[in-house]
Each structure stands twice: as structure tokens, then as C-alpha cells.
Design a protein around this ligand. Sequence first.
Ligand SMILES: O=C(O)c1ccccc1NCC(=O)[C@H](O)[C@H](O)COP(=O)(O)O
Length: 201
Amino acid sequence: MTRIKICGLTRPCDVDYVNRYVPDYCGFVINVPRSRRNVTPQRARELAARLNPGIVPVGVFVDESQSAVARLLNEGVIAAAQLHGAEDASYIKELRRLTAGTLIQAFRVASPADAERAAESLADYVLLDSGGGTGERFDWRLAEGFKRPFFLAGGLGAENISDALERLRPFAVDMSSGVETEGVKDPVKIEAAVAAVRRYS
Ligand SMILES: O=C(O)c1ccccc1NCC(=O)[C@H](O)[C@H](O)COP(=O)(O)O
């Protein structure tokens, strides 16, 4: 069954929405001030404490120090870290030394070389994306036949999910903009997106 991640939760009611529709993962964008979905580590703690224990909390980071990422993993605030910056193999090796948490490395896929780099990642999973929370799709032809389990992200929502699953067979789909209305999470869109994945699976 294809896993589902709903990313970019910022408010207690967003957590209530995912608790209601139960995706497999949810994401908090932590310490990324340029993001409108940014939350502080303390806010992430409060939101994660409200989360259904059956949903895996993921921290989304951009070039955060390994010690700060490991602290949130080792405290159990998050169970996985999604790395969305320029983190390289040495960064991941050091992070692995500090924590046993699951690591997801995000790649912006704009060329075949990007997909090749992603395939070599030392992380547990890779996430193929157009950017980070942009609501835009990348050229899916670049992910056809991708050789390891991956999260598919970028411009996904209830309307294009079955096409994505049919073509690319990802391990998981990750949605943020596509389950928002006027910049905030929309429970009707979350319900529709989760149902679309479950229906297909
Ligand atoms: O959401 C953000 O603002 C963000 C900022 C910086 C790095 C990552 C960010 N988001 C990651 C995600 O929300 C998802 O992994 C993915 O990019 C979803 O994108 P989309 O559904 O296209 O909004």
C-alpha cells in the first residue's frame, strides 16, 4: 500500500485533521524562517504531542546542524528527518553517528543527473521533488524506473494522485500545497487526497 505524508503542519487544528484522516506520516518544517510553514522546535514539540501515535512525525530541515536534528530525533519529538538543503554524504554520515532515526534526503529533480545523485544517497529514503513546498510538479519522466523506494513530492493532490501512482509506483506520496486553501491546510482536501491514495492502493 502506498504510504501518504501530509507536510507543513503549523496549527493544532492541522494535527487534528491528520488525526482524523490518518496518513502514514506528517511533516513539520522546523527552523526554516523563509518558509510560511516554519515552526520552531518548541512549536513542533507541542504539535507532535497532539499527534495520533499511529502517524510518524517527520521534521523537515534545511541545512540545520546535525546536533539540532539529532536532538529532536533522540527526544522522540520526530521519528524521521527530511533533509531539504545541500546536505551531503559526510553530513549524513555524521548524523547517523548521532542518531538511529530514519533519514529522508530530498532532491530537486530537474535533470537525469539529479535522479542519478538521488539514487546514490546514503539516506534510508529519498524524496524526489520540484523544490520544497512549491506546489509545482517536476518532469515525472525523470523518475520513471527509479531504482529504489522513494517519496514522490511536488504539486500532488487528489486530482493527479492516481496518475502519479500509476506511472511512478512511489513508496510514498508527499503533499503540502495541494491540500491547502488560501495558504492553510484544508480538511476537505486532506480527506480527498488520502481517499484517492487508499482507493488506488
Ligand atoms: O513547505 C515548505 O515551505 C518547505 C520549505 C523548505 C523546504 C521544504 C519545504 N516543504 C517540504 C514539503 O512540504 C514537501 O516535502 C514537499 O515539498 C511538498 O511540496 P508541495 O506539495 O508541492 O507543496
